[in-house]
Design a protein around this ligand. Sequence first.
Ligand SMILES: [Zn+2]
Ligand SMILES: [Zn+2]
Length: 135
Amino acid sequence: MKLEGGCYCREVRYVAEGDAMMKAQCHCRECQYISGGAPNIFVAMPADGFSYTESQPKQFARSDLPRAVTREFCPTCGTHLVTRVPGLPMVVLKVGTLDDPALFGTPKLAIYTIDKQAFHHIPEGMPAFERLPQR
Ligand SMILES: [Zn+2]
Ligand SMILES: [Zn+2]
């Protein structure tokens, strides 16, 4: 699968190639800031197939957390593009930044439901995990 996308102002552009490693919706409190309140819908793609093709994002990681993730976003319009998790060879790509979000299909599982809000929706029959599925 080849996915192309970028930020709202079109300054930062990316391409992601490879097999999707996870398609999910994350209900964690941190994602609620990034998404605006809803679960964050993402596809995890191999890091070695991901690159920025125009401009570079700004990066942010909290210094007060152990193993903090790094969040990458457009320095001009602020659109959040991907998250990188320490030690994992993947990028967590925000589906709303795809040129054609329909290419994503649908999320297959819900994670971090421990932080789920009453206004979040989990489709009937979707596997849901308090944190992450066991590997
Ligand atoms: Zn932008
Ligand atoms: Zn999350």
